[in-house]
Ligand binder design. Structure first.
Ligand code: HH2
Length: 264
């Protein structure tokens, strides 16, 4: 899953694809590099980010979704917490609602997901984006994230979302310390064992710089991001959400070939 943020302030690619022509060009680059789907976002969820109105978010993302839907058939995902934004994106041709709030942002979120009939990604986050990194705390992060994801999947299904439309995501970096992120990356098999396809989003995140201080700039974090993606592949995740699509695709192709050769 290639990341395309149409935000002025995303931690890695914020402000880079502001106008429609630049965003379309970036989408074409990600597709050429091997993306199987694109995740389009109009609000940054980085720690400390300022909230955006639904109207502004829709105005940022809709022209691109419409243009990409007309030009080709790559599946499109909309990265939003707001049912109103998901509704507009799906009407314009997105087929996946990627929700970092796991359908908790608005009281009608589960009902809207059911009504839209799209796929939905339920991500774990402790707290809310503005303050989530202040003092994250867990007694057992893996068990608590798994319990949360199970509860959210049940809530979605109780509202009428079909089981086979649900993805889950442990939410690397969302209300988590370095140790919490590492514990989750080490036990992705436990998340996979919950029985839903897992999306992993570790790309260019801050924990990489914590482990390798020379990677302070987000776009210097591709190698660490790829290491995390390979840990995901090893555990059986269904997709990785990444900025560096070409490099990640190359690493995954080699890793997959080695894994297959092991079986023959
Ligand atoms: N991470 C980010 C945003 N959306 N969605 C899922 N499902 N999983 C993630 O890990 C995830 C996500 C944060 O990264 P990015 O979009 O690059 O930055 P920003 O939130 O600043 O726009």
């Amino acid at each position: 899953m290639g990341i395309l943020n149409l935000t002025p302030d995303s931690f890695s690619d914020g402000g880079r694809h502001g106008d429609l022509a630049a965003a379309r060009a970036q989408a074409q680059r990600l597709i050429a590099q091997g993306a199987d789907l694109l995740d389009i976002g109009g609000e940054s969820t980085r720690p400390g980010a300022d909230p955006v109105s639904a109207e502004d978010e829709i105005a940022r993302i809709l022209p691109l979704i419409t243009a990409l839907r007309t030009a080709g058939d790559i599946p499109l995902s909309v990265d939003t917490m707001k049912p109103q934004v998901a509704r507009a994106a799906v009407a314009a041709g997105a087929t996946i609602w990627n929700d970092v709030a796991a359908l908790r942002y608005a009281p009608d979120a589960c009902d809207v997901a059911a009504e839209l009939g799209c796929q939905v990604v339920l991500m774990h986050m402790q707290g809310e984006p503005r303050t989530m990194q202040a003092a994250p705390h867990y007694d057992d992060v893996v068990a608590e994230v798994c319990a949360f994801l199970t509860e959210r999947a049940q809530a979605a299904m109780a509202a009428g979302v079909a089981r086979d439309k649900i993805w889950i995501d442990p939410g690397i970096g969302f209300g988590k310390s370095l140790d919490h992120n590492l514990a989750l990356l080490a036990r992705l098999d436990a998340v996979v064992a919950l029985g839903f396809p897992v999306l992993l989003g570790a790309s260019r995140k801050r924990f990489i710089a914590a482990l390798h201080p020379a990677a302070d700039a987000p776009d210097a974090r591709a190698p660490g991001s790829i290491a995390a993606a390979l840990a995901g592949a090893q555990a059986g995740v269904a997709a990785v959400r990444v900025h560096d699509v070409g490099d990640t695709a190359q690493a995954l192709d080699v890793w997959t070939a080695i894994a297959r050769a092991r079986l023959t």
